[in-house]
Ligand binder design. Structure first.
Ligand code: CMP
Length: 140
C-alpha cells in the first residue's frame, strides 16, 4: 500500500469538550502518524476559503459560523492509504449513519458539529495540506 498524507481537522465541538487527545489516540491506534499539528482559530475569510467548494450549499453560512466559533486543531496524518483509512476511522459525515466504533459515532454532536474533517481524495489532501502547512512544518 502507498504511504499517503491527508489533512485532518479537529473541529470546535471537539476542542470545546477537550476531546483532542481521545481523537488523536484513534488515529495512532489505527497506524496513522501525526506528522504536523497546530491549534488555530480561523477567521471567517479563512473558513470560507477552505470550504469554498461548498459555497452554494444551503448549510455554507452555518458551516463557516461554526468553524470560527472556537479553536480547531489542524493536522497532517501520514500512513498506508491514509486518505481512505482516515475516512474509515472518522465514519460517515452524519453521525446517525456512522458505523459503531468510529469517531463521529462516538463523539459527534450532529451533522454540522461532527468533530472531525478529513480530506476526501489524495488530490484534495494535497490542496488542503498546502492551505494550512508549509513543507518545513511537516516532520515525518
Ligand atoms: P466536513 O467533512 O468538514 O465537510 C463539509 C462539512 O459540511 C461537513 O463535514 C459537515 O460538518 C458540514 N455539513 C454537511 N452537510 C451538512 C448539513 N446538512 N448541515 C450542516 N452542515 C453540514
Amino acid at each position: 500500500m502507498a504511504i499517503e498524507r491527508t489533512l485532518s481537522i479537529l473541529k470546535p465541538d471537539a476542542t470545546r469538550r477537550n476531546l483532542t487527545g481521545a481523537i488523536n489516540q484513534r488515529f495512532e491506534e489505527k497506524g496513522l502518524r501525526i506528522v504536523a499539528q497546530k491549534r488555530i482559530h480561523l477567521s471567517r475569510r479563512e473558513a470560507g476559503l477552505f470550504y469554498e467548494v461548498h459555497k452554494e450549499r444551503p448549510f455554507f453560512d452555518e458551516l463557516v459560523e461554526y468553524m470560527v466559533s472556537g479553536p480547531i486543531v489542524v493536522q497532517v496524518l501520514e500512513g498506508d492509504n491514509a486518505v481512505a483509512n482516515n475516512r474509515e476511522i472518522m465514519g460517515a459525515t452524519d453521525p446517525s449513519k456512522a458505523d459503531a466504533g468510529t469517531i463521529r459515532k462516538d463523539f459527534a454532536v450532529s451533522i454540522g458539529e461532527n468533530s472531525v474533517h478529513g480530506s476526501d481524495s489524495l488530490e484534495n489532501a494535497k490542496r488542503e495540506i498546502d492551505f494550512f502547512f508549509s513543507e518545513s512544518e511537516i516532520v515525518g
